[in-house]
Design a protein around this ligand. Structure first.
Ligand code: FES
Length: 258
């Protein structure tokens, strides 16, 4: 059932990126890192379908999502301001495995949206993850998380930054030297573009380190009913990204056919 939730704020957080805070009502209750909410930015039929948004954080009084303008729906959403009403339902889907004791978090681009929540949850529960955030260039890093020394903090802990063009942090790809970074790691949580996830899945499989990969797919219902979000499974058949995912055990995905 959809709820009508109030916008608390909707602030720019980078190039084409916004941080939306919503009054949660039931929306944030029990939300876990890796889960998502469906938001329908305009009342009525335009745009017709709701869209999935990773949960970026939850407090007693708010639920936040971090999103990039990629189409008409998100462009409309960027025009919302405090007091406006959004149609929403959730929390939905399967989130990250948060039982690892030495996890590595790999956020590529907007993958930081869900992994920042995972990082803060782990820290609150006494686990100090290794956290790496990769982007094409410094302009793609989400704003608002630098401390006075220019270090990049999110969720209260430093993230190692890698940019492809070397404009901030190390130069290279987030997947560079990954096999060495897996030493002592008992599980990887990854969210980012598909080529990155495929590369991470390959290295984790070779090193026999469990990987929780957060997948993206077009979603219509978000409830497991329409099969619009299905991806090929390694054992045959399909996984519904909205139900069995968005976070899946990477070994269950047929990465060749995704
Ligand atoms: S979006 Fe309908 S089944 Fe996943």
């Amino acid at each position: 059932m959809s709820l009508r939730v109030k916008v608390i704020s909707n602030q720019p957080a980078g190039e084409g990126v916004y941080l939306l805070e919503l009054e949660p009502h039931e929306l944030g209750r029990g939300a876990m890192p890796g889960q998502f909410v469906m938001l329908k930015p305009a009342p009525g039929r335009d745009p017709l379908l709701a869209r999935p948004f990773s949960i970026h954080g939850v407090t007693e009084n708010s639920l936040s999502v971090l999103y990039k303008i990629i189409g008409r729906g998100t462009a409309l959403l960027s025009g919302f301001s405090a007091g406006d009403i959004v149609e929403a339902w959730g929390p939905l889907g399967t989130g990250y495995n948060l039982d690892y004791r030495k996890p590595l978090l790999l956020a590529g681009g907007m993958g930081i949206a869900s992994l920042a929540f995972a990082a803060s949850y782990l820290q609150e529960n006494g686990v100090d993850p290794e956290s790496i955030y990769g982007a094409a260039t410094v302009r793609d890093l989400v704003e608002g998380y630098y401390d006075s020394d220019g270090r990049y903090f999110i969720s209260g802990a430093p993230w190692q930054i890698i940019t492809e063009d070397g404009t901030y942090g190390e130069t290279g790809l987030i997947t560079g030297g990954l096999d060495e970074k897996l030493a002592g790691i008992d599980g990887v949580l990854a969210c980012g573009p598909l080529p990155m996830l495929k590369a991470v899945a390959q290295v984790c499989a070779e090193k026999q380190v469990p990987l929780d990969a957060s997948l993206e797919a077009p979603m219509a219902c978000g409830l497991g009913a329409c099969l619009g979000c299905a991806v090929p499974a390694s054992q045959g058949g399909y996984l519904r990204v909205c139900k069995e995912g968005p976070v899946v055990d990477a070994g269950k995905v047929d990465w060749e056919r995704v």
